[in-house]
Design a protein around this ligand. Structure first.
Ligand code: ATP
Length: 567
């Protein structure tokens, strides 16, 4: 297929915000995809492989700039300048390609096969000369591209298509193109997507136009599955109303989601983002081998860090590096050990348990996993319909320094990838502060080129004192809220110093940040740190001298101490 056809489809998709209109455009496009072009489906979401595959394009803005400069014969500084004015490298590539085309008039035809072929080589490149090889693969595509093709090629490279479609838009378009667009077909397509995490595979089945083909899709041990997500409830009472009495109440551990697959001797570990993290956690593999029975299974769990000496649980932040680090694994394992808290099982000895009631699944966990504290344990759980008992359990979870509790309906199934109303999270209400950004750190991978972690400060008379870092609460793609790139763009002119990935920023941008707890901390100059900080909004209405003061933070800290939780 000509890449131009895809680029024009992207363009029509981005020209409307109406979902139905988008579905119409996409359905039309889908019916025209031939068997040999099936992988174009990945490109529609800016990907090159199925979602379960860890290989991502991962090109930084900096690298894209170099390639644009080379392909269009424009000085790099000029490209950067254009980027800083428009804030959209895709548009820069489009403009510069247009300028160049007028003078050179070369006319290659770019196909989606060629685009996929070159892009698929990118993630595998390693070692010496990688950057040059990447640039030449990209430049080859850009030199054959028309302006609109250059725009979408670059946006694909940096992982920011801006066409306002998601997996669900593709699902609805498949349902409308090959079925009647009814609820049932769309539900079956979603289930197939959630089990396989491979849109092209589902597309092959959808094209047959038969629901029964979709129903044949099975969970596969060893291939990552999307996890089930929880909705929120404000109180235990509200929780009971939603999930019924009695229900299961469990500790909500403050760690990271870990899905464990075992098939014979093969054990694989995945995060909720379907990343394979098996190599990073050798101790977990050992616990599974020793303490979990069964030929094949898929367990859902939360891994929590703890202090080897004091045995106190740590916050997620302090163990998060174990997920990303690929070297010094043994050393890190000793410094930051994790305990695996198993709370669900969705496959056992050749059989999917997705439709089995939670009560049965949780019983099975007890049969096959033996408890070994600080290694692997069943998530702490009570089954009750008594509000008083539930409240006590909630208080105990908080005293044990966990985030709160989860309330789960006993009869519920497991819906991969869905946020369901029969599993609820309950955490203490969050409070907020207005703070100013005084520094930050550039992100890596998809977020490279953007500042993705922001240092926050409070005021103390005419000084600013650091109180923590925030990296959550930003929007990743389309939708409401502020994204990393928008905020980075605002901060660019305020950068006063750059050292490696860290930057210092002139205090100007005020943000609202919620948190769950204030802690004493030697790390920051204010002497305090925030637990679970989450960005909620920028406050252009506030000056940096109109923010939370150190005095106010001290007062809040004292109030918190008197709170029942610490009594
Ligand atoms: P999301 O709901 O998208 O996960 P979030 O990142 O803010 O939003 P949390 O508020 O942390 O999520 O709540 C859900 C997460 O809690 C789960 O994804 C899981 O990682 C974790 N968790 C901890 N203990 C449990 C448990 N016993 N049962 C289920 N999930 C648990």
């Amino acid at each position: 297929m000509r890449y131009l056809k895809l680029a024009e489809t992207y363009e029509s998709l981005s020209s409307t915000t109406r979902r139905l209109e988008k579905i119409k455009i996409l359905s039309n496009f889908l019916t025209g995809i031939s068997e040999s072009d099936r992988e174009v489906i990945y490109l529609l979401l800016g990907q090159i492989y199925p979602e379960y595959d860890a290989r991502k394009i991962g090109i930084s803005n900096q690298l894209a700039i170099k390639a644009i400069s080379k392909a269009t014969g424009t000085e790099k500084e000029q490209v950067v300048k254009e980027w800083k004015t428009s804030g959209d490298i895709g548009r820069v590539a489009e403009k510069l390609t247009k300028n160049k085309k007028q003078s050179t008039l070369q006319n290659h035809i770019l196909t989606t096969e060629k685009v996929l072929e070159n892009l698929k080589k990118l993630p595998g490149l390693e070692g010496k000369g990688t950057v040059d090889k990447k640039i030449s693969l990209i430049t080859e595509l850009l030199t054959s591209a028309s302006p609109i093709e250059a725009l979408y090629l670059v946006r694909t490279l940096i992982g920011d298509l801006r066409i306002g479609i998601q997996e669900s838009t593709i699902r609805e378009s498949m349902a409308s193109a090959f079925f009647k667009g009814d609820k049932e077909s769309s539900k079956e397509i979603q289930e197939a997507i959630d089990k396989t995490n491979d849109l092209a595979r589902v597309f092959d089945l959808v094209k047959m136009g038969k629901i029964k083909e979709l129903k044949k899709v099975k969970l596969e041990v060893g291939k990552p599955v999307k996890v089930m997500l929880a909705k929120k409830a404000k109180t235990i009472k509200e929780g009971f109303e939603a999930v019924g009495k009695p229900c299961a109440i469990e500790y909500k551990y403050d760690g990271f989601r870990l899905v464990i697959h075992k098939k014979g001797d093969q054990i694989n570990l995945f995060t909720r983002h379907l990343e394979n993290v098996t190599k990073q956690f050798p101790e977990v593999i050992e616990y599974i081998k020793k303490y979990a029975k069964g030929d094949s299974f898929i367990l859902d769990s939360e891994a929590v860090g703890f202090d080897n000496k004091t045995k106190e649980y740590k916050q997620f932040q302090s163990v998060s590096q174990r997920i990303k680090r690929k070297y010094d694994i043994e050393k890190l394992q000793k410094e930051l050990p994790v305990e695996v808290n198993i709370f669900d099982i969705i496959y056992y000895n050749g059989k999917s348990l997705l439709k089995e009631p939670f009560e049965k699944r949780t019983e099975l966990i007890k049969k096959i996993v033996t408890n070994h504290p600080y290694k692997i344990i069943h998530a702490k759980q009570i089954i009750t319909g008594d509000e008083k008992k539930a409240e006590e359990f909630y208080k105990k979870a908080l005293k044990d320094r966990q985030e709160g509790v989860m309330m789960k309906r006993l009869s519920s199934e497991y819906n991969p990838g869905s946020r369901v109303g029969f599993m609820l999270k309950i955490k203490p209400e969050e409070r907020d502060f207005d703070l100013v950004i005084t520094g930050g750190e550039y992100g890596t991978g998809k977020r490279s080129g953007w500042i993705s972690s922001f240092i926050l400060s409070c005021k103390d008379k005419d000084k600013f004192l650091e109180i923590g870092k925030v990296g959550t609460g930003f929007k990743e793609k389309e939708g409401g809220g502020v994204s990393f790139d928008e905020l980075t763009k605002e901060l660019f002119p305020l950068i006063t110093e750059e050292k490696g990935k860290s930057v210092k920023i002139k205090p100007k941008i005020v943000v609202s940040v919620t948190y769950q707890e204030i802690q004493k901390s030697p790390t920051y100059s204010s002497g305090f740190a925030l637990r679970f900080p989450r960005f909620t909004a920028t406050r252009p209405d506030r000056s940096p001298f109109d923010i939370t003061s150190l005095n106010e933070i001290e007062e809040e800290f004292e109030k918190q101490r008197r709170n029942w939780r610490y009594g």
